[in-house]
Design a protein around this ligand. Structure first.
Ligand code: GRF
Length: 209
């Protein structure tokens, strides 16, 4: 099987991108990150990509306005012959044209147990503040396919962390992030092994050979 060609979209620190880079180096994923794109110029993830000689580009929404933005992103992804698009802390909505171009080919990582604490406006510290305020005893991370609604497509993997009385949004974020760094590479590895089957909203993980 030829290595999976992965495109990663980011907006920030890129610690999940780093987890993917590390997993590929450890040969846990049979794949290659062929491009990293960011909608934020200052995103540290761009630097992480460059540190590993991965092609990285800031796509400026003042240059590519309206529909030209996703068209530009799609052009780059197509030029790089990307098989799987990974949203690793990417804060822009994905245009329906792009979802149509990659059916069950775009995955996202979210720092809660979807369908809790997710959807419009749920990003960054707000997710963890709300989880603590609600009083849930567990939170966690979710990797899912992307569809037209935010944080909504079929769930691929989830993992929990306990929410303790002493937890603050910051400490919960830290715990969840650790889980994210395991879950995202695991999901990409399963994808590269063609072990993910989507049946309606449900995802079946097939046995490895
Ligand atoms: C992560 O918590 C991810 O779940 C969310 O955005 C954050 C990105 O962190 N979508 P990083 O840029 O990968 O460090």
């Amino acid at each position: 099987m030829s290595p999976l060609r992965i495109g990663v979209l980011i907006s920030g620190s890129g610690s999940n991108l780093q987890a993917l880079i590390d997993a590929i180096h450890k040969q846990e994923i049979h794949g290659e990150i062929v491009v990293v794109l960011s909608n934020k110029k200052e995103a540290y993830g761009l630097q992480r990509a460059k540190n590993h000689q991965i092609s990285a580009e800031y796509v400026d929404s003042r240059v590519y306005q309206g529909d030209h933005y996703h068209e530009r992103i799609m052009t780059i992804l197509q030029e790089k012959q990307v098989d799987l698009v990974v949203l690793a802390g990417y804060l822009k909505m994905i245009h329906p044209d792009m979802i149509a171009a990659y059916p069950n080919g775009i995955i996202n990582i979210h720092p809660s147990l979807i369908p809790s604490f997710c959807g419009k406006g749920y990003y960054g510290m707000k997710v963890h503040e709300e989880a603590i305020a609600y009083g849930v005893k567990v939170s966690g991370a979710t990797v899912h396919f992307v569809d037209e609604k935010p944080d909504h497509g079929p769930v691929i993997l989830q993992e929990t962390v306990p929410v303790l009385w002493e937890d603050t949004p910051e400490s919960l974020q830290e715990k969840v992030l650790k889980i994210e760094h395991q879950l995202l590479p695991q999901a990409v590895a399963l994808f590269s092994q063609k072990r993910i089957e989507v049946v309606g909203r449900r995802v079946k993980i097939k046995e490895g050979s």
